[in-house]
Write a protein that binds this ligand. Structure first.
Ligand code: NDP
Ligand code: 2IT
Length: 444
């Protein structure tokens, strides 16, 4: 059996009931097969792949907190410190009832290669909790965040592990966590990114993932002889990534006609009204059913359905495995040109294969959504320098990074004979740097 297949089999056996982690490992290892085969003897002797698929360290802890009625609740907190070969662990904190160890491990594993692709010195990690911030009062969210950080603060630090936002963790949650870290550790340092602008946050971090997704998509289309202006786009989700992807797509002259949340989706034939979307989601923390009040011409549908709309470009920006084989078939039969992932692993393996086999340009999340973590790394740099750069400065660095990522993965795909396969290109380009750093640092 090949080394790659052996390690995949081991991962499945040693980590039962973690299907998302298996999926992420399969995607990466299968697409770097050509590199592994070329170095098989050395990699096997050094157990390189076994070391890569086993986190350096992982924490699971109790998070007790008191609700507004005096009732105590207990959630589970996680932090997986996956790989520090190229820098301190870096990656978000997800707060969602679906969170479990397997999900945090899939996200942490993806983060290793994503962070490598940014070209910046950041290792891979991820954390979170099964706490659901939805429907909680600000005081309840604060109580949870303080309790969560009371344990987490023992394991993180500006030069050790720097968490940030992800699903359910936005500026409010990062603020409460930062306050508690500072209080317990008595350290004012850049231990979290996505901070508010008055206490060390970076301009353009809020916009970075969505904007970065569009910068990379634009460069990919340009390289293949297309333009983004005039294209019709579907976006899923209506959170941080979806909102700023929609905003930048429209600034670049495309028309975004859908957004969604976990209960339904909106079709707006005139193009999504970003100001209305921000008011509904960022200010009122409300449901998309509200959108029709702002735009009577739009339609609201319960359930899922975004991928059935005829568009040129699809940008999944909600969550993992939200675009399946049937969705891919619908997109292809409607003549979709490109699918670029704003979320982490939103497309199933079967759907990815189908899209690629049918000539759709497909850019995986670890490349396409790397603008968020890249700008987090820029926030870390500003914190170390004790300086703040202007919006234009950060945005232009972000754009350069995204254009650079695209050419890096495009070149890697070509070098190994997989021209146009951006999954292979991204995984190889991300892997090679980490493998080289691990090799140089000995057996640790
Ligand atoms: P938000 O919490 O801001 O928004 C998440 C959106 O996705 C909401 O519209 C939410 O709907 C929807 N959603 C979440 N879970 C589900 C689910 N199980 N089923 C259906 N819809 C769901 O998160 P972000 O925008 O920050 O994150 C979106 C994706 O982007 C995630 O995959 C995240 O890992 C990834 N990402 C985020 C980055 C960042 O900087 N924030 C960086 C790189 C990737 P509802 O409100 O109804 O739950
Ligand atoms: O998935 C991701 O890259 C993020 N949630 C952002 C991580 C970060 O450290 O900014």
């Amino acid at each position: 059996m090949s080394y790659v297949d052996e390690v995949i089999e081991q991962v499945i056996k040693q980590n039962p009931a973690e299907p998302e982690f298996h999926q992420a490992v399969k995607e990466v290892l299968e697409s770097i097969r050509v590199v592994v085969e070329a170095n098989e003897e050395k990699y096997r002797r050094d157990a390189l792949l076994e070391r890569m698929v086993n986190p350096e360290r992982q924490f699971k802890f109790r998070v007790p907190w008191v609700d507004d009625n005096g009732q105590v609740h207990v959630n589970t907190g996680y932090r997986v410190q996956f790989n520090s070969a190229i820098g301190p662990y870096k990656g978000g904190l997800r707060l969602h009832p679906s969170v479990n160890l397997g999900i945090i491990k899939f996200l942490g594993f993806e983060q290793i290669f994503k962070n490598s692709l940014t070209g910046l010195p950041i290792g891979g990690g991820k954390g979170g909790s099964d706490f659901d911030p939805k429907g909680k009062s600000d005081r309840e969210v604060m109580a949870f965040c303080q309790s969560f950080m009371t344990e987490l603060c023992k394991h993180i630090g500006a030069d050790t592990d720097v968490p940030a936002g992800d699903i359910g963790t936005g500026a409010r949650e990062i603020g409460y966590m930062f306050g508690q870290y500072k209080r317990i550790r008595n350290l004012y340092e850049g231990v979290l990114t996505g901070k508010g602008l008055t206490y060390g946050g970076s301009l353009a971090r809020t916009e970075a993932t969505g904007y970065g997704l569009l910068y990379l998509t634009e460069e990919m289309l340009k390289t293949n002889g297309h333009t983004i202006a005039g294209k019709t786009v579907s976006v899923s989700g209506s959170g941080n990534v979806a909102i700023y992807a929609t905003e930048k797509a429209q600034q670049l002259g495309a028309k975004v006609v859908t957004v969604s949340d976990s209960t339904g989706w909106v079709y707006d034939p005139d193009g999504i009204d970003v100001a209305a979307l921000k008011e509904i989601k960022e200010v009122n923390r409300a449901r998309l059913t509200e959108y029709k009040k702002y735009r009577p011409n739009s339609e609201y549908h319960e359930g899922r359905g975004v991928w059935g709309v005829k568009v040129d470009i699809a940008l999944p920006c909600a969550t993992q495995n939200e675009l399946n084989l049937d969705d891919a078939k619908a997109l292809v039969s409607n003549g979709v040109l490109a699918v670029c992932e704003g979320a982490n692993m939103p497309t199933t393996l079967e759907a990815t294969k189908y899209l690629q086999e049918n000539g759709v340009y497909f850019v995986p999340g670890k490349a396409a959504n790397a603008g968020g973590v890249a700008t987090s790394a820029l926030e870390m740099s500003q914190n170390s320098l004790r300086l703040s750069w202007s919006f234009e400065e950060v945005d232009s660095r972000l754009k350069n990074i995204m254009v650079g990522i695209f050419h890096n993965l495009d070149d890697a795909a070509k070098k190994y004979g997989f021209e146009g396969d951006y999954v292979v290109g991204a995984n190889i380009a991300g892997f090679e740097k980490v493998a080289e750093a691990m090799n140089a640092q000995g057996i640790v």
